[in-house]
Design a protein around this ligand. Structure first.
Ligand SMILES: Nc1ncnc2c1ncn2[C@@H]1O[C@H](COP(=O)(O)OP(=O)(O)OP(=O)(O)O)[C@@H](O)[C@H]1O
Length: 311
């Protein structure tokens, strides 16, 4: 069953396009990874789900959650969606947790708004903390954010995200601000908990391998567009779009130690500077005239004129 659907979503700021033709669906309980270079539109795509776009953003096309166009939600519907159905986990936990209130206040806020009494809300919060691997939950509830490490605080944010039993979690590079070992632990917990509860996930990351480990499908974004969507377990064998292949070829693990890392040649485009044809044409080693002139339609799993030729 489809939970979330983007249909020809286009977002612009003034005359500056940010997203173009974004079409993607997420089934109930499914994890979809959004990968691509900085500025490719990953954050704007997930933010459009909860209408958290920059002021003045013009939106056409549709984003539907459980069949309802989110553009038509009134204030109450939007609040309900943000506080109950859809949870968000962002890069930096310190940016979302009120620094002067306790962890307990942060965790119980939404439940209290929903009419749960304080004792029950605290009990649920402590349970949720234990589930994400935070020991000594009652002591943690009384602490303030500065007393917790970044990794611990991100677990608190994940505990909060799970507390309202959402149908969808939007995770925007949830571990980028953490050190490598903590990153692995935090992703493992998010992954385990959302699988156990069959919560759908949109997971933004620069790390293709991580996306493949955590997600069922992967959507690759470039210059405000989705250029390829494929099952995570076939990322290595079935990636067809030259950009996806270039990303796969530039992973650190693909070169022997001591050798220079490969990069995707050229400079990333934004939706504004992208050429009229294929958004990747300027950097694509296979590009022909038609690639520069005519925008390729999505065929099967990718938007590329040369799917048959490039093997
Ligand atoms: N608040 C904003 N105001 C104006 N433009 C913005 C704003 N936020 C993002 N943009 C622009 O929108 C485009 C898409 O940005 P977005 O943050 O979605 O990219 P991203 O793929 O998530 O990048 P990153 O990996 O660096 O977070 C970029 O060109 C960016 O400059």
């Amino acid at each position: 069953m489809t939970l979330l659907e983007f249909e020809n979503l286009r977002v612009s700021l003034g005359d500056r396009p940010i997203l173009r033709n974004v079409t993607l669906s997420v089934a109930a309980g499914e994890a979809v990874g959004l990968v691509g270079e900085s500025g490719s539109g990953k954050s704007m795509t997930v933010r459009s789900v909860v209408r958290l776009l920059p002021e003045g953003a013009a939106v056409t096309g549709a984003v539907r959650f459980e069949g309802a166009d989110i553009a038509s939600l009134g204030a109450a519907g939007l609040r309900r969606m943000r506080s109950r159905d859809v949870a968000m986990v962002f890069q930096d936990p310190r940016a979302v947790v009120n620094p002067v209130r306790t962890v307990g206040d942060f965790l119980t806020e939404v439940l209290r708004d929903q009419g749960v009494n304080r004792a029950d809300a605290l009990r649920k919060a402590a349970g949720s903390l234990s589930e994400v691997g935070v020991d000594d939950a009652s002591r943690r509830l009384a602490q303030r954010p500065y007393e917790l490490s970044g990794g611990l605080l991100q677990r608190v944010v994940i505990a909060a995200a799970l507390l309202t039993e959402p149908k969808l979690i939007l995770a925007d590079e949830p571990t980028t601000a953490l050190d490598v070992t903590t990153q692995e632990e935090v992703v493992a917990i998010l992954d385990e908990q959302r699988r156990r509860r069959s919560v759908a996930l949109m997971f933004i990351t620069h790390d293709l391998e991580l996306a493949a480990a955590v997600c069922d499908r992967i959507a690759v974004m470039y210059a405000g567009e989705i250029v390829e969507i494929l099952p995570a377990d076939r990322l290595h064998t079935e990636a067809r779009h030259p950009y996806t292949r270039a990303l796969l070829g530039s992973r650190p693990g693909t070169v022997p130690p001591g050798q220079r890392l490969r990069t995707v040649p050229g400079v990333p485009q934004s939706a504004l500077t992208a050429p009229p044809g294929c958004v990747f044409a300027d950097r694509c080693p296979h590009a022909e005239d038609r690639c520069r002139d005519t925008r390729p339609a999505f065929r099967g799993s990718a938007a590329c004129h040369l799917l048959e030729e490039v093997r």
